[in-house]
Ligand binder design. Sequence first.
Ligand code: PLP
Length: 359
Amino acid sequence: MKIPYLNLTIDKDEKSDLISEISNLMSKGRFVGGDEITSYEKALEKYLNTKNILGVASGNSSLYLALKTLNLKKDDEVIIPNISWVATAHAVEIAGGTCVFADVNDDLTIDCSSVERLVTDKTKAIICVHFMGIPCDIEKLVQISQKKNLKLIEDCSQAFGLKYGEKAVGTFGDFGCYSTNCMKILAGLGDSGFLISRNELDHKRIKPWLYNGVDENKQVVDIELCHRIDTIQAAILKFRLSKVDFIISQRKSNALKIIKETNNNKIAFIDSRERVYYGLTLMINEDRARLIDHLNKYDIEVKVEHEPCLSDLTPYKSHKSEFENAAKLSKSIVNIPISEALSTENIDHIIQSINSWNP
Ligand SMILES: Cc1ncc(COP(=O)(O)O)c(C=O)c1O
């Protein structure tokens, strides 16, 4: 019994539904633009109870387009957490700015006191990441950004379906950036993402940037590459949106069962009361490599997300950073499978394998 970290194969029922969505577009000859995209964006706005959503080509595009509105110059700084997928950092640099890396809390979200220490006259924005589906201290981040007159961008790529209080994440800051690539909670069949703009003017300004700077009147109003979502992805995502609540609740019940039934005092979980389970991270202070070997021996595929800290990557070594907690945590975390596709036997096997770990 091999337990993959994620199983992206599609079951028979869903396959036939998705083929019918794709077949419909093939008959129409519709692969870019079209009502399917608008209708997906409207469905997302309804689900997330917000406005101004644009489907885009990827989470990368979503972050980049939000940052492009800031007209960043090389000396302009954007504070981001020191643990995230590299796209969060690269988007800042490609948009013309410079990343500054803040330390993270024990739950791997950005540490607000580190952010406050790093803010200078050069700071233009903060990007927070709702890491693994755990919410950042968004109220404090809103407060800091308002007090210091900074833009706040929420990277919600790992947090589809997460609410903070009554509101979806991505609706607190100036922008909410989501990835819907094939590994995400709401997942297309490849790459895609979407962007929420709080301000309608930003939303309108970004629209031409989705298609080479061409506006609704076919006028080239700006210089930009192409960041639009494919029509096929939009149709698939709209279909999958109607089933995403099941995915969210199944992952939650898998994760909570593992947390409840694990009784190995060498292992702790990184968890939070209100969250979605993009991943379930366990922490082990020593012997992580041997724990990974142990789980692999029991046919369980695991993932370290993410090591090293961003400030340790070659392009970012000379960037300003704080990393004390991030450096320690990045060496002691490992993610185990919790996907909705797992059976009860799979979950029991994961629990037994963790419990039998005795370094
Ligand atoms: C936190 C975070 N930001 C950004 C991205 C980039 O998203 P995409 O792969 O859709 O471009 C990812 C994707 O893994 C991510 O996890």
